[in-house]
Design a protein around this ligand. Structure first.
Ligand code: FAD
Length: 350
């Protein structure tokens, strides 16, 4: 297995932050991964697993060994009257998987179109968009324990999915008392796409598309096209303006807290959740604090959507991870001071 030294990471993170991986290995087969873990100098606690780099903020040269997941392959495992079981290797592009399943006539992933990154990272934060979360189409995954090399499989319950959350985001001593963060490399994911296909159209932007176009019974291809068009209009293309998507999670509050905020800010964007809590739009809170379009150093707040932090530098002088952290902390402070809410960052800092 080839160890590459001093690898420039700028092309491997969508924020476009310039930094080096002191050592990087491309994981292209399970056999190679197993022989790596059996190597006498292997240190599982000094490893960082990298997918497409679309949900990370690099804060300096990366000292842990970077394992760049490039496992490829996808297949139909089962087709029945009840649905399709599809399997993809962790290094596959997520969006390419969505396109492929649709082209094969297996709908179900269309609301999750155009999310950057790899298949293997999708369960890590239970990716979600336009009314669908990964857990809604998830069957199971295979992973390798980076300490022992043992291969294991997890079903949805074992993954502990939540809003932008799973066991892969928590350490062993985390608040939940269990966790696989930094300990497991996801190698393969299986998706269950049920029949009959049911469109998911409750999301406000999709309802607006139906009203605008007069198409009230869209098929999965139509929904895919709408989702891609909405995303292109709303979110910056990382190839043009570096970013990591939504930078903060939408916070949830109690009905009493929400009523208190509405008393002071009647326009606050909020959504009642099935469990009785209220989800607030983090982008609205940041906007209300006046951050939209602001810049700190080379890091800025996107002018069309305050939830997205962007790289306002250029290829030669990109923003640094430190500038992103400074901006993120300043935003957290002002949102806390005005609303009493602590915003939680979504990306992994390394
Ligand atoms: C423009 C833009 C739009 C976005 N829109 C959305 C959205 O709508 N919804 C949403 O949920 N997210 C969104 N994101 C965030 C991001 O695309 C997802 O989180 C994506 O799943 C990250 O995939 P990745 O391969 O780039 O992961 P990386 O950024 O490489 O890694 C993210 C985390 O996962 C871990 N990881 C990666 N691969 C593996 C693996 N095989 N095994 C174990 N751990 C692994 C890493 O160690 C890291 O902690 C967006 C990002 C951008 C830039």
């Amino acid at each position: 297995m080839l160890v590459e030294n001093n690898v420039a990471l700028q092309p491997y993170n969508t924020f476009g932050i310039a930094a080096k991986a002191l050592r990087l290995i491309r994981v292209r087969s399970q056999t190679e991964l197993q022989s790596l873990i059996r190597h006498p100098q292997w240190r599982a606690d000094e490893v960082f697993v990298l997918g497409g780099g679309s949900n990370i903020v690099i804060t300096g040269d990366v000292r842990p060994l970077v394992l760049k997941v490039e496992l490829q392959g996808r297949r139909l495992l089962q087709a029945s009257d009840r649905g399709w079981l599809v399997e993809a290797e962790a290094g596959e592009s997520w969006h390419a998987l969505v396109c492929w399943t649709l082209a094969q006539g297996w709908p179900g992933l269309e609301n999750l179109a155009l999310i950057p990154g790899t298949v293997g990272a999708a369960p890590v934060q239970n990716i979600g968009a336009y009314g669908v979360e990964l857990q809604d189409r998830f069957d199971s995954l295979d992973a390798v324990d980076l300490e022992t090399g043992r291969q294991f499989s997890l079903n949805a319950a074992q993954c502990g999915f939540g809003y932008r959350d799973s066991v892969f985001k928590h350490g062993r001593s985390g608040a939940r008392g269990f966790g696989l963060a930094g300990r497991a490399l996801i190698t393969r994911v299986r998706f269950w796409l049920p029949k009959p296909w049911q469109p998911v159209l409750a999301y406000v932007d999709l309802a607006k598309k139906m009203a605008d176009t007069g198409v009230h019974a869209p098929d999965a291809h139509q929904i895919f096209d709408w989702v891609c068009a909405i995303r292109r209009a709303k979110l910056p293309d990382p190839a043009v303006l570096g970013n990591a998507g939504s930078f903060f999670k939408n916070p949830t509050v109690s009905p009493e807290q929400c009523a208190d905020i509405i008393g002071r800010d009647p326009k606050v964007v909020h959504y009642p959740m099935p469990d009785g809590t209220i989800k607030l739009a983090a982008g609205w809170l940041i906007d209300a604090c006046g951050w939209r379009g602001k810049t700190v150093g080379h890091a800025g707040v996107y002018d069309k959507q305050a939830l997205v932090l962007v790289n306002r530098g250029n290829a030669a002088h990109p923003c640094t991870g430190g500038e992103v952290i400074t901006l993120a902390q300043a935003i957290q402070t002002s949102v806390y001071e005005r609303f009493g809410i602590r915003l939680e960052a979504e990306p992994t800092f390394i």
